[in-house]
Design a protein around this ligand. Structure first.
Ligand SMILES: *[C@@H]1O[C@H](CO)[C@@H](O)[C@H](O)[C@H]1NC(C)=O
Ligand SMILES: *[C@@H]1O[C@H](CO)[C@@H](O)[C@H](O)[C@H]1NC(C)=O
Length: 253
């Protein structure tokens, strides 16, 4: 993976996160391979590694899940570090889609000219306390997709302790990992995450200028995947892959 993660928590906690992602058509992946980019909102009590509450939304290419190598819109949740609770998309009870949504979790995204952008906003609404997800192809026109009810979580009913953005890949043990982003090193022509903001209690997005120091890059496999510095409210990430990686990112923090 190659991500930016917050290393500190505001006094009130986090109430969501925003990100705009480049979405690409993808070289064909095989079964056992996964390449994704997403925004995470989570609550991890660091002493208890099996109890991370986490939600995620973004795009993924995942032949095991979809039976094809297209780029899909996905959501994910867990209340115990992906041990026995949670799932992707609508594969279990958890995420509740709403009527009139612009997209359904699991739908294929079809990038025009091989590329498009999607903006995702996760935030905990003050009135019902649930974690809502908004989606749009235009950052100024976000519409509700659905929500994760606060009742499915053990530690995230009130707020979250960290947020993150970036790319993630997976391959079967001993097999080379697939490309991340668009397969390019971070730079002008690579995949980016823009509009990175956190959401406060009132649902307001805050740009990194006031909290940039909290952001740390995690890119432990630099021979395969890298992330650029954060400039203004964006960073680039990606790489061609080819590493053998054994652990699940959900168990890492
Ligand atoms: C975490 O692991 C401990 C020890 O194995 C267990 O007692 C506890 O129920 C687990 N918690 C969750 C949320 O699975
Ligand atoms: C994972 O879930 C199983 C079944 O609910 C439980 O028995 C086990 O203790 C859990 N493992 C951890 C590490 O929490």
């Amino acid at each position: 993976f190659a991500i930016y993660l917050t290393s500190t928590t505001p006094t009130d906690g986090y109430f969501g996160a925003i990100g705009t992602f480049d979405v690409y058509g993808f070289p064909k992946l095989r079964n056992g391979e996964l390449s994704a980019a997403s925004v995470w909102v989570q609550n991890s009590q660091k002493a208890v590694f099996n109890s991370t509450n986490s939600i995620q939304a973004g795009w993924d290419v995942n032949p095991d899940l979809y039976g094809d190598s297209k780029t899909h819109f996905f959501v994910y949740w867990t209340a115990d570090s992906s041990n026995s609770t949670g799932c992707s998309n609508l594969d279990c009870i958890g995420f509740v889609p709403v009527n009139g949504a612009p997209i359904t979790p699991g739908d294929a995204l079809e990038p025009a000219d091989g590329k498009t952008k999607i903006t995702l906003k996760i935030f905990k609404k003050e009135d019902d306390g649930d974690w809502w997800l908004y989606f749009g192809y235009n950052v100024n026109n976000l519409r509700p997709v659905g929500f994760w009810p606060k009742t499915i979580f053990t530690d995230m009913a009130d707020q979250a302790t960290s947020i993150a953005w970036g790319g993630l890949t997976h391959s079967n043990k001993g097999k080379p990992s697939p490309p991340m982003g668009n397969g390019q090193w971070p730079g002008q022509y690579s995949a980016s995450v823009q509009n990175i903001q956190y959401v406060d209690k009132k649902g307001q997005g805050l740009s990194p200028s006031g909290w940039r120091d909290s952001l740390v890059a995690l890119a432990p496999f630099i021979t395969c995947y890298r992330a650029s510095s954060v400039v203004d409210d964006m960073f680039h990430y990606g790489g061609q892959g080819g590493c053998t990686i054994f652990f699940n990112v959900n168990n890492f923090w």
